[in-house]
Design a binder for this molecule. Structure first.
Ligand SMILES: [Fe+2]
Length: 212
């Protein structure tokens, strides 16, 4: 498998290129701000862009879709509740085949209703659900509750699964499920109430713990 993390610019946005060597088909995940870079990068690798997949429908993730729609014949894939255009909708538990490479879809609402994580082999693209040492923003009731439950499902994955977030907000650009389980302050909260309390007091917590 080809798997590349791309620095999109924007708000330290990350996107990803996934390639299936057997079919030479590639997927661009959240190719915002620099969609043309994805097109040329995938071509340079000798692959053909087959899917554009967005982790959720916020502008800094879908902003490349219009370009992709206009300039390529890629199929735009989004979660089924997405409120932006797409060609193909996916659901929780679904496997999207990129040639012979399975991409597993995990619906992780919270940051947005249509947030999803995408697993390719041992790599999990987490969008704005889970960052290195942080989590995506939510409101403090329904969104937080959904995210709390989503994170528990993500954390049920194996320790050695690598996580690849939607923004470069952590100390490192990537991490693992095992590391986050032991170090991410949001994951370490024992109850939903504690989780919300940390969200409410995040600015103060960051200052106290010297977190950027
Ligand atoms: Fe977002």
């Amino acid at each position: 498998m080809i798997f590349e993390q791309i620095d999109n610019g924007g708000d330290r946005n990350f996107g990803y290129v996934i390639g299936d060597p057997a079919s030479k088909l590639a997927a661009a995940v959240d190719p915002c701000f620099i969609p043309e870079f994805y097109v040329s990068r995938i071509r340079a690798l000798g692959f053909r862009l087959h899917y554009v997949v967005c982790t959720h429908s916020h502008q800094d993730h879908i902003g490349g879709n219009d370009y992709m729609h206009e300039h390529t014949d890629a199929v735009v894939v989004m979660y089924k509740d997405a409120d932006y255009f797409y060609d193909l909708e996916v659901e929780d538990g679904q496997t999207l085949l990129l040639g012979e490479l399975p991409l597993f879809i995990l619906h992780t609402p919270g940051h947005s209703d249509d947030s999803m994580c995408i697993r390719a082999e041992n790599n999990l693209i987490t969008g704005d659900t889970l960052f290195v040492g942080k989590v995506g923003g939510t409101d403090l009731d329904r969104g937080a509750r959904l995210q709390y439950d989503s994170l528990r499902r993500v954390m049920a994955l194996e320790d050695d699964v690598a996580i690849y977030p939607g923004h470069d907000y952590g100390k490192t650009p990537t991490s693992t499920i095992g590391y986050e389980r032991n170090h991410n302050p949001f994951i370490l909260q024992p109850t939903f109430e504690d989780f919300v309390h940390l969200k409410q007091n995040w600015t103060e917590y960051k200052r106290k713990h010297n977190i950027a």
